[in-house]
Ligand binder design. Structure first.
Ligand SMILES: *Cc1c(COP(=O)(O)O)cnc(C)c1O
Length: 361
């Protein structure tokens, strides 16, 4: 096996090698200041620079308008399931499209704080597809409409931004943030656990329209208050300093590579290699319906659990790691995030073809 394997894990996940090497070279002594980023005060001049630069880069890359604030928080996307409801739900109701595991958990969490209206539920199709616009039943008086843009476990993705008739949009973009251009101004709020596509675990990025801050219910913990976090520039308490530093290095890499438009081009290229094998196979069965396919997480199975296990073991032996599917779906899942080299997707596609030739009867 080469020095670095191809890691298809869903998250924490592959990071760009240049970012890791930069971190390595700066680990003991950041920019001549005599200490590691891990050892700095979060209130010091050096970290203030790291924080501000990461934030500026994030805003620039995604084209975040001045109406919106970018927050670097903790607690994962899971904390945002509660924070969104506590901050934005008001008297409710809030509408939720359930297209997979995480959107289901988000809806359940929100229901602790107010009335949740299920605008769509995909359980009957095994979360293999995304609803069309006409299938969405958004309650017109909703405080917001919540959806998950890319379903990490089932491997489906919304190919469009839903129309809600004026109901504010809230989106979980954990597994696709920074993989394509987004019209941020259309959203009241976007959030993402950073460990899928942009940083190590421990950081959650929230992009919030400032007009929606300050509406939280009285019982909202202060670390979940968007208004308080905006007022303190995400530093109400100690932020995840190391993760913010790594985010900055990853975004520097994204920018050098050509930004989110180039990330979008690459994800199409990578995922097409795998879907092409699936579409021409008599062995593999893709989980997602063709119009709902994710370009970040490709899910498939052989139909035999033994063969799936053999596939995963053979992949690992070739340095293609973590292709086992989530326990909810079984089968296989190849996560193809920004930092996955095209060569990694090619190596997986080649292995899939070779495995089929070897095993198809
Ligand atoms: C991983 C994931 C989550 C959960 O994220 P945590 O950071 O572990 O809380 C939520 N939503 C989506 C889409 C995810 O991929």
């Amino acid at each position: 096996m080469a020095d670095r394997a191809y890691n298809f894990a869903a998250g924490p996940a592959v990071m760009p090698e240049p970012a890791l090497r930069r971190a390595q070279s700066e680990l003991l002594n950041w920019h001549g200041c005599g200490m590691s980023v891990m050892e700095m005060s979060h209130r010091g001049k050096q970290f203030a620079e790291i924080h501000a630069e990461a934030k500026e880069r994030f805003k620039r890359l995604l084209g975040v308008p001045d109406t919106h604030e970018v927050l670097f928080l903790q607690g994962g996307a899971t904390a945002q399931f509660a924070a969104v409801a506590l901050n934005l739900m008001g008297a409710g109701p809030a509408s939720y499209a359930v297209t997979g595991n995480f959107s289901g958990i988000a809806a359940k969490e929100a229901a602790k704080y107010g009335a949740v209206h299920i605008a769509y539920e995909g359980k009957d199709n095994g979360y293999s597809r995304i609803p069309g616009q006409g299938e969405l039943d958004v309650a017109p008086d909703s405080a917001y409409f919540h959806y998950c843009a890319n379903n990490t476990i089932f491997g489906t993705a919304w190919g469009y931004v839903p129309e809600t008739g004026g109901v504010p949009l809230v989106c979980d973009m954990s597994s696709e943030i920074m993989s394509h251009p987004v019209d941020v101004g259309r959203y009241a709020l976007i959030y993402a656990g950073a460990q899928k596509n942009i940083a190590p675990a421990g950081l959650t990025v929230v992009i919030v329209d400032k007009a929606f801050a300050g509406r939280e219910s009285a019982a909202t913990p202060q670390i979940m208050s968007y208004a308080k976090m905006i007022a303190k520039d995400s530093m109400l308490n100690t932020p995840p300093c190391w993760c913010i530093y790594m985010l900055g290095l990853v975004l520097e890499w994204v920018e050098e590579q050509g930004g989110v438009a180039e990330m979008d081009r690459r994800r199409r290229e990578r995922s097409a290699l795998i879907y092409d094998v699936l579409d021409n196979s008599r062995l593999y069965r893709p989980h997602a319906e063709p119009g709902s396919r994710s370009m970040m997480n490709v899910t498939f199975r052989t139909g035999s659990e033994e063969l799936d296990a053999e596939f995963c073991a053979g992949a690992a032996a070739r340095g293609l790691l973590n292709v086992k599917g989530h326990r909810l779906t079984g089968g296989m899942r190849a996560s193809l995030y920004n930092a996955m080299p095209l060569e990694g997707a090619k190596a997986l596609a080649d292995y899939m073809k070779a495995f089929e030739v070897e095993h198809h009867v």
